[in-house]
Unconditional design. Structure first.
Length: 145
């Protein structure tokens, strides 16, 4: 299945809010690509979302993607919550504005370009792809590791 891309993403934040980073590991067969970046003032959830957006944006349209994230916020948001948020005009069930709405909209658009299977993986328990994505996210934090 060399036409499938396996993606691991992670976000990191030193303080919440504070300096944060995002990282993504993309694998297609034996080929690997590492992506990372960060922001001086952000939140962990923003970095988790940004990691997925950047990873999906780096792929050619129409890619088959198995995406692994340790963020239940991202996985549940994109596979479940987003549908009702949109029906309610980007408001939550208790009628509050959805946080990070611009990132959710970017994620939805990026995901729509691909056939994505969303997977949650427990973080920091030795999964090699998740551990590499975590290291990349920490590399992306402005001002150090």
């Amino acid at each position: 299945m060399s036409d499938r891309v396996v993606v691991y993403t992670d976000g990191a934040c030193k303080g919440n809010p504070g300096p944060g980073g995002w990282g993504a590991l993309l694998r297609r067969g034996d080929e690997e690509t590492e992506l990372f970046g960060g922001e001086a003032q952000t939140t962990n959830n923003r970095m988790e979302l940004t990691a997925v957006i950047e990873a999906l944006s780096a792929l050619a349209a129409g890619s088959r993607v198995a995406l692994y994230t340790d963020s239940e916020y991202v996985r549940n948001g994109i596979t479940s919550w987003i549908h009702n948020w949109k029906l309610r005009g980007w408001r939550t069930a208790d009628n509050k504005p959805v946080k990070n709405v611009e990132l959710w909209q970017r994620l939805e658009a990026a995901a729509a370009r691909h056939d994505v299977q969303w997977h949650w993986v427990r973080g920091h328990v030795g999964d090699p792809g998740n551990e590499r994505a975590d290291r990349l996210a920490n590399r992306g934090v402005p001002g150090g590791r």
